[in-house]
Design a protein around this ligand. Structure first.
Ligand SMILES: CC(C)(COP(=O)(O)OP(=O)(O)OC[C@H]1O[C@@H](n2cnc3c(N)ncnc32)[C@H](O)[C@@H]1O)[C@@H](O)C(=O)NCCC(=O)NCCS
Ligand SMILES: Nc1ncnc2c1ncn2[C@@H]1O[C@H](COP(=O)(O)OP(=O)(O)OP(=O)(O)O)[C@@H](O)[C@H]1O
Length: 197
């Protein structure tokens, strides 16, 4: 892999849809959320180490997110200890992915790319963006979250405007067509960078 692009953005802003556009264009795409799900799932590498410090987090040989949420609510140090286990395992998963994929450009869909400092391991970053109104409409349309749930999540994360200000590229996800055109522009720019490297 010659170029690693970190793709980020707030909840419901279109990361997965945009990542699929990069995949359609021939990039290898890795998804941090999917990696955490594998690590927490049956035979996942996080099950034993999390079970060692929080046996009550394990249900049916998997890590239960509901149980983790309860543990974190009761113990201010718990999230940090969980992250100390999960982050190195996520990194291992990403490195195995890089080693296994021959594509020149890899796209790394990482919701908390800037919050976790993951951008330091990327050659460039892209942030998806859409208006707060459209974001809320999209998240509520899924039917899994209320406006209050969304507000609570947003209050704990870096504002999307700041993510966009830090990113090398900003991809507006107002329409599919517009986003696809910007994905092509980003890829052209990366190809030029690779030619001059
Ligand atoms: C402690 C846990 C269980 C808390 O989970 P919880 O679902 O309550 O988290 P949170 O309220 O932040 O998010 C609620 C939902 O919104 C989604 N979400 C939150 N932020 C984003 C975002 N920027 N983009 C997309 N989806 C998001 C989450 O995936 C989740 O489905 C979880 O965060 C966890 O397992 N953390 C340790 C692993 C970790 O550090 N992961 C980060 C990636 S390396
Ligand atoms: N460029 C776009 N134009 C129009 N609609 C879009 C665009 N990108 C995404 N959407 C729509 O917005 C919603 C959220 O998109 P998506 O699931 O890709 O977001 P996400 O950032 O990956 O969210 P999460 O990480 O929270 O799952 C979906 O309903 C999707 O169809």
């Amino acid at each position: 892999m010659r170029f690693k692009l970190g793709l980020t953005g707030s909840i419901g802003m279109g990361k997965s849809t945009t990542a699929q556009m990069f995949a359609d264009a021939g990039c290898a795409v890795w998804d941090a959320d999917a990696a955490v799900h594998r690590l927490y799932g049956p035979e996942g590498a996080a099950v034993a180490p999390i079970g060692k410090i929080f046996p009550q987090a394990i249900e049916n040989d998997q890590v239960s997110r509901d149980a983790l949420r309860r543990i974190i609510a009761d113990d201010a140090t718990a999230l940090k200890r969980i992250e100390e286990i999960v982050h190195p395992l996520v990194q291992e998963d990403r490195e195995a992915f890089i080693a296994a994929h021959p594509q020149a450009i890899g796209v790394f869909d990482i919701p908390l790319l800037f919050e976790t400092g993951g951008d330091a391991q990327m050659d460039a970053t892209a942030c998806v963006n859409v208006s707060r109104e459209t974001q809320e409409a999209r998240v509520l349309a899924r039917g899994t979250m209320s406006a209050d749930d969304l507000a609570r999540i947003l209050a704990r994360q870096m504002p999307n405007a700041e993510k966009c200000a830090r990113a090398t590229y900003v991809i507006e996800t107002d329409t599919l067509e517009h986003a696809r055109a910007q994905v092509q522009d980003v890829l052209k720019d990366i190809e030029q960078r690779l030619q001059h490297a």
